[in-house]
Design a protein around this ligand. Structure first.
Ligand code: NOJ
Length: 466
């Protein structure tokens, strides 16, 4: 075998509650901001899709766990729906919601699959969203209470926790590009929320460690490496700023215990720096994660030639349609003319993952790292023989695993890999069009059909390499 992984390396896949559970109005679950957004802005989502049914995992979880087991998974990354546990965000705990996850975790453990659980994967309870969401400091308190409820209810079953999923992506899309709820384009609010999320993260880590259990806690970050578009000094500067805004604002507090000085300066100059209270900064400095989750899909190339402010995600699945992220006078992301691209115009660039792992390792040498998401979205249908021949997904995963293998050989402490996703799911603005799963979901019948990649991965997991 060419690529043998260390013993105990976790072979898994990932999902998120809103994207697979469905049953959005069952057993006392409250609305999340995404349920309401889909209802109020159906035109923004492909085919007016909603998460109401999703993959019906809420009812089919036992079969899904059995499938994971059959596919040789040793780990599974999932999220808890806050509105299932505390339906209105602040009030009574919904015992039916707690019972659902207890059953699910028990089945996973019984199947030899270790749950890696994210507390917040963007499904903010709607009453909190209506009251100002993460701009309102009360949301931080509500989250801390929710986190405590989860730690106490599931701490005996769950040993790997993550506070937030991709705080950078949710902040930028919620408050800069105005593509995700709350659909704002407000730099001041963006920086305030980005700050509050990282302080909330730090407080949650301290809370967790204070409870003294035997679990570990981390955060899941989308770390898009940012490269200069050309070798000009202006583009190098644009890349540095973009990296500060996009990545370092979120990674530095979590791993180094401080916000990056260049971003602080940028925000101060533009009069959008929130009040940074001593007690918050002390909290950020005081405690730290036990591991870092890295989500990696594609890199960015920054150009200084940003003459307009323009945002847009490719939601067509047509690779000629560019994604746009350009802030006038600051930086804009451009396409790599030599790059390989997916149908959603995301570049396939495995060495980017190496750069991210190296950064995490450089920041905190030896810190356990999990690749908590990595995968490729495609439009897929069942072949005539009733299967899906997704060789491109096998190639994608294999190339990234090779990079991880190299990183481990060079001393980086990468402990596991969770392919995004276990199954095709509600892919936010792309609805059900963009399929990511090992399991194909027949949208008519909800039948799960393992794709060719699922069988390939089963062998990789079984042999602990390839
Ligand atoms: C990252 C997000 O965490 C996940 O929810 C999403 O579906 C994937 N990216 C793919 O876009």
């Amino acid at each position: 075998m060419e690529f043998q992984f260390p013993q105990g390396f976790v072979w898994g896949s990932a999902t998120a509650a809103l994207q697979i559970e469905g049953a959005t109005r069952e057993d006392g679950r409250g609305d999340s901001q995404w349920d309401v957004f889909c209802r109020e802005h159906p035109e923004r989502i492909w085919q007016q899709a909603t998460p109401d049914l999703a993959c019906d995992h809420y009812h089919r979880w036992a079969g899904d766990v059995a499938l994971m087991k059959a596919l040789g998974h040793t780990g599974y990354r999932l999220s808890i729906a806050w509105p299932r546990i505390i339906p209105d965000g602040t009030g009574a705990v919904n015992e039916a919601g707690v019972a659902f996850y207890r059953r699910l975790f028990a089945a996973l453990i019984e199947a030899g699959i270790e749950p890696n659980v994210t507390l917040y994967h963007w499904d903010l309870p709607q009453p909190l969203a209506r009251a100002g969401g993460w701009e309102n400091p009360a949301t931080m308190d509500a989250f801390l209470r929710y986190a405590r409820v989860c730690f106490e209810a599931f701490g005996d079953q769950v040993k790997l926790w993550a506070t937030f999923n991709e705080p950078s992506w949710s902040t930028l899309n919620g408050y800069v590009t105005a593509l995700h709820p709350p659909l704002k384009h407000d730099y001041r609010a963006a920086v305030q929320v980005a700050y509050t999320l990282m302080v909330t993260h730090a407080r949650t880590v301290a809370l967790f460690h204070g409870l003294g259990g035997d679990g570990k806690i981390g955060i899941v970050q989308n770390m898009c490496p940012v490269y200069p578009a050309t070798d000009s000094p202006r583009d190098a500067e644009a890349a540095r700023i973009a990296d500060a805004v996009y990545n370092r604002w979120f990674i530095d507090p979590a791993l180094l215990g401080r916000f990056p000085e260049d971003a602080v300066e940028l925000y101060r100059r533009n009069h959008i720096l929130p009040e940074m209270r001593r007690e918050d900064l002390d909290m950020v400095a005081a405690d730290s994660v036990d591991f870092i989750g890295v989500n990696y899909y594609f890199p960015h190339y920054a150009s200084a030639d940003a003459t307009e402010t323009l945002f847009g995600l490719n939601t067509s699945g047509n690779r000629d349609e560019d994604c746009h992220f350009s802030i006038k006078g600051l930086f804009k992301f451009v396409r790599n003319p030599k790059g390989r691209y997916t149908d959603w115009a995301w570049e396939i660039y495995p060495p980017g993952l190496r750069d991210l792992l190296a950064r995490a390792h450089r920041y905190r040498p030896g810190l356990p790292i999990y690749v908590t998401e990595n995968g490729i979205g495609a439009q897929e249908t069942l072949d005539a023989d009733g299967t899906v021949d997704d060789q491109y997904r096998i190639d994608f995963v294999r190339e990234h695993l090779e990079v991880i293998h190299g990183a481990i050989a060079d001393g980086m402490n990468v402990r596991g890999y969770y392919m995004w996703a276990l199954m095709d799911n509600f892919s936010w603005l792309n609805g059900y069009k963009k399929r990511y799963g090992f399991l194909f979901i027949d949208r008519e019948t909800m039948r799960r059909v393992p794709k060719k990649s699922a069988f390939w991965y089963r062998e990789v997991a079984r042999r602990n390499g390839f």
